[in-house]
Design a protein around this ligand. Structure first.
Ligand SMILES: [Zn+2]
Length: 213
């Protein structure tokens, strides 16, 4: 009898241990999922959507003339203006003041503005993609014929709703909005999600080099 009782006790404690083990495993899994989920968010924003792998990147254009350097990447950074940590949704491309900005991909001008930190800003829609250009020269004017970005010195008159082909000169690099030097701040969105423009440029040029060889 004593033996059976002790066996029962062992079995009971074993079952308890199993429960503890199960609970611990669940806790670890839950923690991993929570941490993984939090870490995943900025990563998701940086992945070029799989659905766009077959896009004809060869028709896309590098967005600025006289390009000098990438001065600030997409992602978290210390703001050059006020020193706080913020997410930088674009890629900064330095070029001399007045260099022409070229339309990345054929599309329609959907937004023109000049009243935010982005300065004089153009947004162009190409299917699911939206490409945004900031700190441009010129200003936006509301006319009876519609809304226009006007940079007379640069010979630029761009209308909202206008269709623009890839590589067309759409504006010039300026210093409008919150900026410390002349550069193009370039943003890309796919299905309303921000994409790292550097990844798209990499794809464009890897396609270029393979199609040439
Ligand atoms: Zn920027």
């Amino acid at each position: 009898m004593k033996l059976i009782a002790s066996l029962r006790r062992t079995a009971k404690s074993l079952r308890l241990r199993q429960h503890y083990f199960l609970l611990l495993t669940l806790l670890v899994m839950a923690t991993c999922i929570i941490i993984g989920g939090v870490k995943q968010q900025p990563l998701q924003a940086q992945t070029v959507p799989a659905a766009t792998r077959n896009n004809p990147w060869q028709y896309a254009s590098f967005p600025v003339e006289n390009f000098q350097a990438y001065t600030s990447p997409f992602g978290y950074r210390t703001s050059p203006v006020d020193g706080t940590t913020q997410f930088h949704y674009g890629l900064d491309m330095a070029a001399p003041l007045g260099s022409y900005v070229r339309n990345w991909w054929g599309g329609k001008v959907v937004e023109l503005s000049d009243d935010t930190g982005c300065g004089t800003r153009i947004a162009i829609q190409s299917g699911q993609w939206k490409h945004i250009y900031c700190h441009l020269m010129g200003h936006v004017e509301e006319t009876p014929q519609g809304r226009y970005l006007i940079d007379r010195e640069g010979g630029v008159i761009l209308g909202q709703g206008q269709n623009v082909p890839a590589s067309a000169r759409i504006a010039r690099v300026g210093m409008t909005g919150r900026t410390t030097g002349p550069h193009l701040h370039w943003e890309l969105k796919y299905a309303d999600k921000y994409i790292d423009p550097a990844l798209v440029l990499q794809k464009m040029y890897s396609r270029h080099s393979t199609s040439r060889s």
